[in-house]
Design a protein around this ligand. Structure first.
Ligand SMILES: NS(=O)(=O)c1ccc2o/c(=N\O)[nH]c2c1
Ligand SMILES: [Zn+2]
Length: 258
C-alpha cells in the first residue's frame, strides 16, 4: 500500500508476485450494462445464523474479524457457487478523509469503503490454505460502504477498534454476526478474480453486491485511527488508502444476478 517506501505499493507488487500481471486479477471496474444476465445464476443463499466470531485483529493491512470455520455453521451457497463456502474472516478497505477507498468501482465510480467476507470451499479442499491457491478455492462477498447515516451495527466494530490500533494487536471478539452488515438486496455481479493483496492468488470467485450499505463519516473516521505500524514504532502511520486500484479485465465476463 502507498506507504512511505513506494516499494510496498500495489504498482510494485509484480516484482515479488509476478501473478500481479496475471489474467484474472482483482479488483476490477464493473460496467453494469456490459455484464450479462445469466438465467442459470440462482439466488445467493447466506446462512450466518450460527456463526461464531472469535477475534478482531490488525494485521498491518486491515482490521480483520476471524470466525470458527471448523464446520459448516456459516456458509454461503447458490449464485455462481457449486458448493457451500465456509466463512473464514471479514475485513475492510478504505480511503483517506473525503477520498474514495473501495477496491471495485462501478462505471468508474468508487465508494468510501468496501467490506470483504472471505469464504473457502471446504467440500473440495481440506484447509483454507490449500483452498486459497485453488482456482475455485475462495468466494469473497464484496459489499460497498457509502457515507450517509450511522450504521447501527457497525458500532459493534468501531467501538473496539481502539483495542487493535497497532499492527499485530488482537482481541477477543465473540458473538458478532455479520448478517447485520448485509444490505437489503442480495442482487450481485460475479466474476473470476484474485486476492487483492499479496500473494494475489487467482483463487477467488468474486460476488459483489449491487446495493451499498450506509455508514457515517464518523464511523469511517474510526477506521482511519488504526495504524499500519507496530506499537514500538516511533513513526506512527495512519491506516488509510489500503485498497488496490482496478486491474485489467483481460476478456473476462462479468455476470449479473437476475
Ligand atoms: N482483499 S481480499 O481479496 O478479500 C483477500 C482475502 C484474503 C487474503 O489473504 C491474504 N493473504 O493471506 N490476502 C488476502 C486478500
Ligand atoms: Zn479485501
Amino acid at each position: 500500500f502507498p506507504q512511505n517506501d513506494s516499494a510496498a505499493g500495489p504498482s510494485s507488487w509484480y516484482k515479488n508476485y509476478p501473478v500481479a500481471e496475471g489474467n484474472r486479477q482483482s479488483p476490477i471496474d464493473i460496467v453494469p450494462n456490459e455484464a450479462s444476465r445469466d438465467r442459470d445464476l440462482g439466488p445467493l443463499m447466506i446462512n450466518y445464523d450460527h456463526c461464531t466470531s472469535i477475534n478482531i485483529s490488525n494485521n498491518g493491512h486491515s482490521v480483520v474479524v476471524e470466525f470458527n470455520d471448523s464446520d459448516d455453521r456459516s456458509v454461503i451457497k447458490g449464485g455462481p457457487l457449486d458448493n457451500p463456502y465456509r466463512l473464514k474472516q471479514f475485513h475492510f478497505h478504505w480511503g483517506g478523509k473525503g477520498h474514495e477507498g473501495s477496491e471495485h468501482t462501478v462505471s468508474g465510480k468508487g465508494f468510501a469503503s468496501e467490506l470483504h467476507l472471505v469464504h473457502w470451499n471446504a467440500v473440495k479442499y481440506k484447509t483454507y490454505g490449500e483452498a486459497s491457491t485453488a482456482p475455485d478455492g475462495l468466494a469473497v462477498l464484496g459489499i460497498f460502504l457509502e457515507t450517509g447515516d450511522d450504521h447501527r451495527w457497525l458500532h459493534m466494530i468501531t467501538d473496539v477498534l481502539y483495542t487493535v490500533k497497532y499492527k499485530g494487536s488482537i482481541t477477543d471478539f465473540k458473538g458478532f454476526n455479520p448478517k447485520c452488515l448485509l444490505p437489503s438486496s442480495l442482487h450481485f455481479w460475479t466474476y473470476l478474480g484474485s486476492l487483492t493483496t499479496p500473494p494475489l492468488h487467482e483463487s477467488v470467485i468474486w460476488i459483489v453486491l449491487k446495493e451499498p450499505i450506509e455508514v457515517s463519516e464518523k464511523q469511517l473516521g474510526m477506521l482511519r485511527m488504526l495504524l499500519f505500524t507496530e506499537e514500538e514504532d516511533n513513526q506512527k502511520m495512519r491506516m488509510e488508502n489500503n485498497f488496490r486500484p482496478p486491474q485489467p479485465l483481460k476478456g473476462r465476463r462479468v455476470r449479473s444476478s437476475n
